[in-house]
Design a protein around this ligand. Structure first.
Ligand SMILES: [Zn+2]
Length: 203
């Protein structure tokens, strides 16, 4: 349920400040209570709206499935409230960057707020330096300002070794996804968010 809600926030950005109604994006009809059951409703309705039969974005299903998997991991291996918040932010960031190719500043703000008590000064210094180099020397289009900000805001609490692992995982994931989707670009922020979730479970 939470994953579905967070996905809708990502999908409807930048109108995400408006109240979220559970409605069909096409005919705007309010959803039936049964249509709000994650995964099951999508399968029963074969991915279409009950009213206008318009195809529902399959990312809804993927988001709910991912949410279920993350929920299972969190149930099997209990985590702190901070870890729940951290994953929820990264989950929403993953879909926002994927769908809109941008990372709103509020994500950086929340990530900094969560890890401000455990800042690794050496990592912060190196990441600021790396960001500067990327902004000056890397051709525009490959790295957006949001990606650069994310590289700093999301690594404050990590050691340099962990950041190296993160860069390796995120870069490999971006390359593989570019090959699979046959696109010249893939939202780096999305790969980075998944890599951060993986890394935080491994360390
Ligand atoms: Zn509809």
């Amino acid at each position: 349920m939470l994953s579905s809600f967070l996905f809708c926030r990502a999908l409807r950005y930048p109108q995400s400040d408006k109240p979220l109604m559970s409605q069909c994006d096409s005919c705007k009809r309010k959803l039936h209570l049964l249509d709000k059951i994650p995964l099951l409703s999508y399968i029963v309705l074969r991915g279409r709206c009950r009213n206008c039969h318009t195809k529902i974005n399959s990312l809804h299903f993927i988001a709910e499935l991912l949410g279920l998997l993350i929920g299972l991991v969190f149930t099997l291996f209990p985590h702190t409230i901070k870890a729940h918040l951290y994953v929820s932010i990264l989950f929403t960031l993953f879909f926002t960057d994927w769908l809109h190719q941008l990372i709103p500043d509020r994500f950086h703000f929340f990530l900094i707020l969560l890890n401000i008590h455990a800042i690794n000064k050496m990592t912060l210094f190196i990441m600021l330096l790396v960001s500067l180099v990327l902004l000056i020397f890397v051709k525009k289009g490959y790295f957006g300002m949001g990606d650069v900000k994310l590289m700093v805001s999301s690594t404050l609490h990590l050691s340099i070794t962990h950041v190296n692992c993160l860069v390796l995982i995120a870069s490999s994931m971006t390359l593989v996804l570019m090959m699979i989707t046959k696109k010249a670009q893939f939202p780096f922020g999305s790969s980075w968010a998944v890599s951060l979730i993986l890394l935080n479970h491994l360390i």
